[in-house]
Design a binder for this molecule. Structure first.
Ligand code: 5CA
Ligand code: ZN
Length: 419
């Protein structure tokens, strides 16, 4: 599927270090990408309705930040992202609003592309719709069944009498594969159950071997989209889509799996479980998650409807760089709340940075600019400390001698903010 336009990334003098990032599977910081030196990254994409809210934007800006550090360290980046363009919540929204589900998805993906372009987020090399990956996903489900990791569950409302849904046998995978991410290790059984139910799972479904076994393949129902496949007519479950798209486009093992912290469990845990059951290898080397953005006291979410949309801010004339600065003002792992006051501060900050960067460099000034570049590289490579990076630029701006072609380039290349 078409990705979006790539913003220019200026080349800076020297090289930045390989960044450290907090790996949620190990519970501490690691150098990423690890020893294989290949910067392969998969970030879970949108389910295309109510796009693009600031929570989405914040997550994509975070992983954009890591990619900018990898590029600055001289690495090539292989970036893959999916679009969950067929799934229950999208179908429910389409039905509720009387819109064709695929038209809804297409229009929302267009909006998302325009928002990402405006925010200067680097595009994925491969931007993959689930509806374009049905056959490899179904083939993978078939293999999981053949190898004893998938099983059938009676489905009375199947369109074809006797057809059945397919579930992942997480107990078999835990016993017979090396899968153990431990992403769930900080969760007790009760909260796992609650998260599973809240995030698309069905712990009470009759006929499952374990309450937390996730759906691999949903057999066709009346009135739902479905595709013919080796495992019958139907559509993919949620986690297997990301496992298969990542495996297809990045290979069995790659550097970083990313997304918002609402994907830690069950989504990333089971995407890794499915992939490991398929390949016999660990999936991503590290797993990183962005904090949740709230608005008016609650997590910004489509289901609650408390959304601040990037496109609405743009239509109101807000400079996307100011939106980016609001986001960068928070550490990517922190949960935070969007406020108009922070947007006003970011607009002022952008103005002050632009004025300072517009002053032509006098001789000798490069020393200070190079010092700032070093400082930016130092703080950003420590788990993407963007608040410290903004403070460093503020300090530079406040110095009377500020002047800065190089600073403008560094802020563009490392923070994605155009001055
Ligand atoms: N399609 C799936 C992933 S395969 C999905 O979660 N889609 S989504 O549209 O709900 O979210 C897209 C991305 O934005 C995910 O990485 C999700 O973790 C992140 N996200 C969603 N809401 C927020 C929020 N309030 N704050 C920060 N990130 C969020
Ligand atoms: Zn995903």
């Amino acid at each position: 599927m078409k990705s979006w336009n790539r913003p220019d990334v200026p080349t800076l003098p020297g090289r930045g270090p390989i960044p450290q990032l907090f790996d949620d599977s190990r519970g501490h910081k690691v150098a990423s990408p690890g020893t294989d030196g290949r910067a392969g990254i998969y970030v879970c994409g949108i389910t295309p309705y109510d796009a693009t809210h600031i929570g989405h934007a914040s997550t994509y800006v975070a992983f954009d930040g890591f990619q900018r550090l990898w590029l600055d360290a001289g690495l090539d980046v292989d970036y893959v992202q999916n679009v969950t363009d067929v799934d229950d919540p999208l179908l429910e929204r389409a039905a509720a609003t009387g819109v064709d589900w695929s038209a809804l998805a297409a229009s929302q993906v267009d909006l998302f592309r325009a928002d990402m372009t405006a925010l200067r987020v680097l595009p994925p090399r491969d931007y993959v719709a689930v509806t374009d990956a049905i056959t490899p996903i179904a083939d993978a489900v078939g293999r999981l069944v053949d190898e004893g990791y998938g099983y059938f569950v009676e489905t009375p409302d199947a369109r074809v009498p006797g057809a059945r849904d397919i579930y992942f046998d997480s107990t078999a995978a835990a016993e017979r594969t090396s899968w153990h991410l431990g992403l769930e290790s900080r969760l007790d059984t009760l909260s796992m159950d609650a998260f599973f139910a809240e995030r698309g799972g069905d712990p009470d479904r009759a006929g499952k071997r374990h309450r937390l076994d996730p759906l691999l393949w949903r057999t066709a129902r009346e009135g739902e989209p479905s595709w013919p496949s080796i495992v019958g007519e139907g559509r993919p479950g949620w986690h297997i889509e990301c496992s298969v798209i990542a495996l297809q486009h990045l290979g069995p093992h790659f550097g970083l799996q990313g997304g918002g912290s609402d994907l830690v469990f069950p989504h990333h845990e089971f995407s890794a479980a499915h992939a490991t059951a398929l390949t016999g290898e660990p999936f991503a080397d590290a797993y990183a998650h962005a904090g949740m953005v709230a608005y008016e006291g609650e997590k910004m979410s489509k289901s609650l409807g408390n959304l601040v949309l990037v496109s609405r801010l743009r239509a109101a004339g807000v400079d996307p760089s100011a939106v980016r600065l609001v986001i960068l003002g928070h550490h990517y792992r922190a949960d935070w709340e969007w406020t108009d006051a922070e947007l006003a501060d970011a607009i002022d900050r952008l103005e002050s940075w632009r004025s300072a960067a517009a002053v032509p460099s006098a001789s000798g000034d490069q020393v200070e600019e190079l010092e700032l570049l070093d400082e930016l590289r130092r703080v950003l490579s420590d788990d993407l400390d963007t608040p410290a990076a903004l403070a460093a630029v503020d300090a530079w701006v406040s110095r009377a001698s500020a002047s800065g072609g190089l600073v403008a380039k560094a802020v563009d290349a490392l923070l994605g903010v155009q001055l």
